[in-house]
Design a protein around this ligand. Structure first.
Ligand code: GDP
Length: 299
């Protein structure tokens, strides 16, 4: 008589094989980890950050189980993508943030000179205008010669009021008046500039701390440039420890196609990126998208 395969036998074999698990050893993942390490370093992710992320992945994955049919490489790549997304955090929806807060919403910009802080304030003004919000600017960098005039020119071009005092005056007073103006005129958002340099570091940090105490900003945005490499990471850490920040705006991303700076700075301060600057024009600004950066980095 003809031999028949028992009913369900094939299914049983398939499910047995499918559910078999293999233990992943450190050796299994070392080649792909080395490859990914090179990739991150070549994209200018800081060495310390790269090492920390990869050693965590190695520790988490070694000894874990892999089902048959899943490749070790894809498991490691997915773990790395998750780790990078963890560093970058979710994007921040600034419009939702403004809607959820009491008006005027006070946003301060901090960071050293030359990184694009003033231009960034102008770009964010345009971005907020495009989204239907009214804006007033506070010329809070009273220290650098020309800073007040520079922001005033932006204000004029963008059609927004700039509150300003004389050079050398107390920046807290300027920003206080800016908030008062916004209240009186029912303006949605105050964007305050601050000095990037002062007589010395300690003075600068004290000045920013005073502004923070008195103005009670809803959001402190730290601005730095993608092209500054490790300097930016060190600066960001210093600002984070002394003044603190809630979010990062990374400028000159157009000049740094590699994309590692976002990871390094976000990792250094543990805060999300809000915007990236992608050129010198007012419209060269984009809400930061963590997924796009990770896709670029992992190819
Ligand atoms: P601040 O001293 O930090 O206020 O810097 P500025 O706003 O004056 O900008 C310094 C220079 O960087 C200017 O020439 C800006 O046009 C330029 N800049 C600012 N943001 C960007 C950007 O996203 N991309 C490029 N390529 N240049 C930028």
């Amino acid at each position: 008589p003809e031999k028949k395969t028992p009913v369900g036998f094939t299914e049983k074999i398939v499910s047995f094989v499918r559910d078999r698990e293999f233990i992943i050893s450190e050796k299994d993942i070392s080649d792909i980890l080395d490859e990914l390490e090179m990739g991150l370093l070549e994209s200018d992710v800081a060495f310390s950050v790269t090492e920390e992320i990869l050693s965590r992945i190695k520790k988490d994955l070694s000894g874990s189980k892999r089902k048959i049919g899943t490749s070790v490489d894809s498991i490691v790549k997915n773990a790395l993508a998750d780790a990078l997304l963890g560093v970058l955090g979710e994007g921040v929806d600034i419009c939702a943030f403004i809607r959820e807060h009491e008006r005027p919403v006070k946003i301060l910009f901090t960071g050293v000179n030359g990184t694009g802080k003033t231009t960034s304030i102008a770009k964010v003004t345009r971005f907020l205008q495009n989204n239907g919000f009214s804006v007033v600017l506070g010329a809070g960098d009273t220290f650098r010669a020309g800073a007040i005039e520079q922001i005033d020119v932006h204000g004029e071009r963008l059609g927004v009021k700039v509150i300003q005092h004389q050079e050398g005056s107390d920046p807290t007073a300027v920003l206080f008046d800016t908030v008062e103006y916004a209240r009186a005129h029912k303006i949605d958002v105050v964007l305050g500039d601050t000095a990037g340099r002062f007589h010395n570091r300690a003075n600068l940090m004290n000045q920013l701390a005073k502004i923070r105490r008195v103005i009670k900003p809803d959001l402190i945005v730290y601005v730095d440039e993608a092209v500054a490499g490790n300097d930016a990471v060190i600066r960001a850490e210093e600002f984070s420890k002394s003044v603190g920040m809630d979010a990062i705006m990374l400028t000159k991303v157009d000049m740094d196609p590699k994309g590692g700076a976002a990871i390094s700075i976000a990792h250094a301060v543990g805060k999300p990126l809000l915007f990236i600057g992608t050129g010198q024009g007012y419209d060269d600004v984009r809400a930061f998208n963590p997924r796009l950066v990770v896709e670029d980095l992992l190819g």
